[in-house]
Design a protein around this ligand. Structure first.
Ligand SMILES: NC(=O)c1ccc[n+]([C@@H]2O[C@H](COP(=O)([O-])OP(=O)(O)OC[C@H]3O[C@@H](n4cnc5c(N)ncnc54)[C@H](O)[C@@H]3O)[C@@H](O)[C@H]2O)c1
Length: 284
């Protein structure tokens, strides 16, 4: 089905989209999908990321204002919410698409983490969701019936060694989503995490061994890896009124990866390896 014109699923809705860095970013694709569906929103990223200038193109394309915010600073998050209030009044959806691990960047192994970096990974990638919800609530920006989505990864449940301290950050992120979801439900506000498959983006491909994680997931998932645009469409459904009773969930958007034990393709690949090993042993 060609749905370039959208379905008007977000007509009249207003939101905040955190984390669009360049046109590969999942948040960038979500912004385009939200625009297609009729939403109005502001874009936010850390001042250092805005210096790259790429976000201006998305701002022009979507008519969205850019409001800088380093989510590790409480004063930035509070100031952002006050500016959003002036710009949009209240908001009906928020996308948290923020992740960063200085330990991974600096190639510190999990057994030898720099603890200051570890704090930063947890703060930027997870505690930031708490801060965003806290200040969206205390400033009166979060409308009744709003939908909040944070992007997660299956490293929260199953350990992927190269994902290092981000495995811990995602576990905390998902817990914060549940905790806040239970407290905001009485206002019809839902808070969920979407556990996305490996996706080729700046954050994703910055992880050593990312190609292996991507290929493994691709071969393991009956539907194959979803793209950033697929993820964007899924987020749209969660922001829409079609999912009003879904909250406190970690929703896998992974082509079936999490439930599959092993795929035929991987079985065949392993069988071939076994044959090759047998051949080389026979020849030795
Ligand atoms: N790419 C993947 O394979 C994948 C898979 C599952 C989940 N995710 C998650 O999706 C989300 C978006 O990542 P992406 O893959 O689109 O990569 P990305 O690099 O495009 O996005 C990460 C964003 O976090 C922002 N950020 C970092 N520090 C910040 C700070 N202090 N304040 C505000 N913003 C800050 C960056 O500027 C960037 O825009 C992340 O939470 C990531 O963990 C990614």
């Amino acid at each position: 089905m060609n749905y370039e014109k959208g379905f008007g699923l977000l007509n009249g809705k207003k939101g905040i989209i955190f984390g669009a860095l360049d046109d590969r970013s999942i948040a960038w694709r979500v912004a385009l999908a939200c625009k297609r569906e009729g939403a109005e929103f502001v874009l936010s990223n850390a001042p250092i990321a805005l210096r790259l200038g790429a976000l201006n193109a998305l701002s022009e394309e979507t008519g969205a204002k850019i409001i800088p915010c380093d989510v590790s600073k409480e004063e930035d998050v509070e100031s952002l919410m006050n500016q959003v209030k002036e710009e949009l009044g209240g908001v009906d959806f928020i996308l948290h698409a923020i992740g960063m691990s200085p330990n991974i960047r600096k190639k510190k192994p999990y057994e030898d983490l720099d603890y200051r970096f570890y704090q930063q990974s947890l703060d930027i990638s997870a505690v930031s969701l708490h801060k965003i919800l806290h200040f969206a609530n205390s400033t009166g920006v979060l409308n009744d019936g709003a939908s909040v989505v944070a992007l997660s990864y299956i490293g929260a449940q199953r350990i992927f060694s190269k994902y290092s301290d981000m495995n811990d950050a995602k576990a905390l992120l998902e817990s914060i989503a549940r905790n806040y979801g239970s407290r905001l439900g009485h206002r019809g506000i839902r808070v969920n995490t979407v556990s996305q498959a490996p996706t080729i983006t700046s954050a994703g491909s910055g992880i050593k061994g990312f190609d292996g994680m991507f290929d493994f997931a691709e071969k393991m998932s009956p539907l194959g890896n979803p793209t950033a645009d697929d993820c964007a469409d899924y987020c749209v459904t969660l922001f829409s009124d079609l999912t009003k009773k879904v909250t406190m969930q970690n929703l896998y958007h992974d082509g079936g990866f999490v439930t599959n034990g092993i795929s035929e393709e991987l079985m065949e690949g392993l069988a071939k390896l076994h044959e090759l090993k047998g051949d080389s042993e026979d020849n030795s």
